[in-house]
Structures are given as C-alpha cells and as structure tokens.
Design a protein around this ligand. Structure first.
Ligand code: GDP
Ligand code: IMO
Ligand code: MG
Length: 432
C-alpha cells in the first residue's frame, strides 16, 4: 500500500471523514490535499463527536503523521481553533501535524468577497459555505495569493500585504461598493497567526515522499465530492478548489507522483444529498426526502454551515459517472441504516430527457435541470441494521440493494456502514 486516495463520489458529505478514520489504522500518514474549511468531516469515536474542517481524520491515532498539503487554502484562525479544540479534548497534535509552506492563506478579503459575490449573483447564487474558499482559489490561480511561507515570515508578509491590499481595496470599493480593509490591523493579526503556526509549517511534500521511499503508506483524504468538481461537476454550481478534490488532484495537492497511487476508494452514500444550490435530478421535496434527512443518530444537516441537506434517492447515472472519472477500485457505501425505514427504495438507473432515455451524465445545466429520473423499485427490509457487523447477517433485501448498487457503479463494494461510530461498519473484503 504506497498511497491510497479516499474520495467522495457525490455532492460531498458521503462520510469520507468516518471512512478515513476507520482506514487510517492501516496507514502511516494521513493527508488532506485539497479545498479548505468549506469541508466538514464528522468523526464519532470514544472521545466524542468531532467536526474536522482542515485537520486530517487520522489525528485520533497518536502514532500517525497528519499532513495538510500544498493544495489547500487555509484560514489560519480556523486552523488554530481546530488545533486548540482537539488539544482541549485530549488529542495530541504538536509534532505530528504539519502544514505545507506552499498552501495558500485565506485572508480577510476572501470571506468578504465570497459574501459580496453571492449577493451580486442574486438568483444565480451558488449557495457557498461563505468561508472564502472560492475567492482564495481564484486568487491562487490569478497569482494574487499569500502562502503559508509568507505568513510565517514577518517581512515577507508585510511586503506581500502592501503589494496586494491596495489592489483588493480598489476592488472592494470601486467594484463592490464596499468598505476597504486596514493594512496595519491585518498585518498585526496575521503576523500573530504566523508566529503561532510556524512550528506546524513544513515542506509536507518532502515528508510524504520520504515516507513513501521508506516503504510507508499514505492515505489521502479527499474533500467535497466529484459532482462539486470544477471540471466534471454540475458547473457552475461547484466548488473552486485547485487542485481538484478528484482522485487525480491528490498527487498535485500533496506533491507525490501518480505512480505512487495504488488504489482509489470511492465513498458513496446509500442515497443522495446536496447542500447549496444547483441541479439534483433525484431530489425529493416530499415526505420521503424529510425521512431521509431526519432519520437516525446523525440527521442530514451540514457539518460546516448547519444547513439542511437536500435529499433524494441514489442516482446511479451520476454515481457511475464519478466512479469512472475517479478510477474507483473499491466502494465504501455509507448510511445504509438510513434506508431501514422504507418499504420500497428507489434507485435512479437512467434519465428521461426530451423523450429519450439516457444513462450518461449530461454536461449542460439545462439538461440536468430537465432530466427526469427513471427509477427501479427495490424492496426495503424495515429492520434495524445499525447493530449488524457481518454482510451475511444483513436482511436479504439489504444485501440485494448493496449488490445492485455495486452492479450499477461498476466497482466492488468493500465496506458498508450502518452508523456513525467507527465500529458500525460491515467489511466486505479489503478497501485497499
Ligand atoms: P464527509 O464530509 O464526507 O466526511 O461527511 P460528513 O461528516 O459531512 O457527513 C456524513 C454524516 O454521516 C456525518 O454526520 C457522519 O457522522 C454520518 N455517518 C457516517 N457514516 C454513517 C452511517 O453509516 N450511518 C449514519 N447514520 N451516519 C453516518
Ligand atoms: P465535504 O468535504 C458538501 C458546496 C457548497 C456549495 C458549493 C460551493 O464536507 O464533503 P464553496 O464554499 O466551496 O465555494 O461552495 O460547494 N460544498 C460542499 N458541500 N460538502 C462539502 O465538503 C462541501 N464543500 C463545498 O455547499 O454548494
Ligand atoms: Mg462534510
């Protein structure tokens, strides 16, 4: 096992955090490689419930090294808050959590621009998490970013700020009709963050490469889901992460070569959810949608913003599309227990579009908005599965459901989860 990528196959929140938390037992290093604190990864273990936004989900194993790669955009206040929160609950972080010196920094103008942009878009608003991740990614691509290496260098930060802030303030004032930001107070605040974070900043690519050359294993923790990807997702209702959170982005976002990756675990929920705006062909706005949202110990509300998640039946058209693009070698199917309550469960096997049946995921927003799901009905089991730990002990209908999903995805299901706790999982072979 050199490097393994764990990615979301839908619109995020598939349960990547809990799968990484489980799989990390087999790895030496766990690394985030993309996005920022728009991600919210929930882990429930013996210490309680945690919502991680930047720190990799391997942090609960005291012997694992955790890396935050160059592919992230980092809000230093959020990272410091997360570190303090973990330490206050008895999780040791120092000396085993490192942040890339090449990762970009979310500056105060980024969340501000996020909100202003959403306002300007009006009805076309994306429904972002408002964390500034989009504008920080835009600045990265636009070569207007500040990186961790600058943040921890007082002089470098001063120079970078005095070069950038007049530009940003001109935008805020002239384009957005908003108020400018004060250079001195930003400098003082961010130089302070830099001093606090300096012990955590390292060349994380080097750490990962050296570990791999010693024969150690690296688990790469994806954020979001493929349908939120800038290139292959439901554009423009996507996230802006560069590199992509797809499996293909993992190498760039950590700084390793593609020949190091030996497996890709696709995490799929047993049904679909989405937070924010944009097309979702199988969305249910009826009682069944509410039942998907509200059932069980962890109802469907965003781990980052607390927004209710839109819910719908499993979409095999969209999910097969993302399994292929990610080159998924094994599937972890989560939240099967949520389906315990239904007498009949639907799975979307094709779309009906302008009178034709299609089984390919369309690119256009208009087509995705018009696409009508064509469902296959599968019998439910109406038995509590949350205590089951062996596949053979699942009700026959539940086994048939898992097998049907596997067939439609075209990738083997190697794990099913039936609750948020680490042990509420049914292994079906090795994930990698
Ligand atoms: P991530 O962003 O992909 O890590 O997923 P989130 O943590 O945002 O959302 C997944 C939610 O489902 C969290 O509240 C988890 O605690 C919860 N969860 C994960 N696996 C299961 C499961 O098998 N059953 C139930 N009921 N909840 C689960
Ligand atoms: P995890 O890693 C679910 C969504 C937002 C919005 C769109 C753009 O927890 O699965 P952004 O703030 O990124 O500019 O918002 O992307 N989004 C997520 N939805 N889970 C996530 O991460 C998400 N990260 C971004 O809701 O629709
Ligand atoms: Mg999440």
């Amino acid at each position: 096992m050199p490097a393994v990528v764990i990615v979301g196959g839908q619109w995020g929140d598939e349960g990547k955090g809990r799968i990484v938390d489980l799989a990390a037992a087999k790895a030496h290093i766990v690394a985030r490689y993309s996005a920022g604190n728009n991600a919210g990864h929930t882990i429930v273990n013996e210490l309680g419930k945690f919502s991680l936004h930047l720190v990799p989900a391997g942090i609960f194993y005291p012997d694992k090294l955790c890396l935050i790669g160059n592919g992230l955009v980092i809000d230093p206040a959020v990272l410091l808050g997360e570190i303090a929160g973990l330490e206050s609950r008895g999780v040791a972080v120092r000396g085993r959590l490192f942040v890339s010196d090449r990762a970009h920094v979310i500056m105060p103008w980024h969340p501000k621009l996020d909100a202003l942009d959403e306002g300007l878009r009006g009805r076309a608003a994306i429904g972002t998490t408002g964390r500034g991740v989009g504008p920080a990614s835009v600045d990265k691509v636009g070569r207007l970013g500040i990186r961790m290496a600058d943040l921890i260098d007082r002089q470098g930060l001063r120079e970078r700020l005095s070069a950038l802030l007049p530009y940003k303030n001109a935008m805020l004032e002239k384009l957005y009709d908003s108020s400018p930001l004060d250079e001195h107070s930003i400098y003082e605040q961010y130089a302070g963050y830099g001093a606090e974070l300096a012990p955590f900043v390292a060349d994380t690519a080097c750490l990962a490469q050296e570990a791999l050359s010693r024969g150690e294993s690296v688990l790469l923790e994806g954020a979001q889901g493929a349908l939120l990807d800038l290139d292959i997702g439901t554009y423009e209702y996507v996230t802006s992460s560069v590199p992509s959170s797809l499996a293909a982005g993992a190498c760039i976002g950590l700084g390793i070569g593609p020949t190091q990756v030996s497996a890709v675990v696709g995490v799929y929920k047993s049904y679909m959810t989405r937070v924010g705006n944009g097309p979702m062909p199988t969305e249910l706005t009826d009682e069944d949608g509410d039942r998907l949202r509200e059932h069980g110990p962890q109802p469907e509300y965003g781990a980052t913003t607390g927004r209710p998640r839109r819910c719908g039946w499993f979409d095999a058209v969209a999910s097969r599309y993302t399994a292929r693009i990610n080159g998924v070698t094994a599937v972890a199917l989560t939240r099967l227990d949520v389906l315990d309550q239904f007498a009949t469960i639907k799975v979307c096997k094709a779309y009906s579009l302008d009178g034709a049946m299609i089984d390919r995921f369309p690119a256009g927003l208009a087509a995705l908005t018009k696409a009508e799901p064509v469902y296959e009905d599968l019998p439910g089991w109406q038995v509590d599965t949350s205590g089951i730990r062996r596949f053979a002990n699942l009700p026959r209908e539940a086994r048939a459901y898992v097998r049907r999903i596997e067939e439609m995805l075209g990738a083997p299901v190697r794990l099913v989860s039936v609750g948020p706790q680490r042990d509420q999982a049914i292994p079906m072979g090795e994930l990698f």
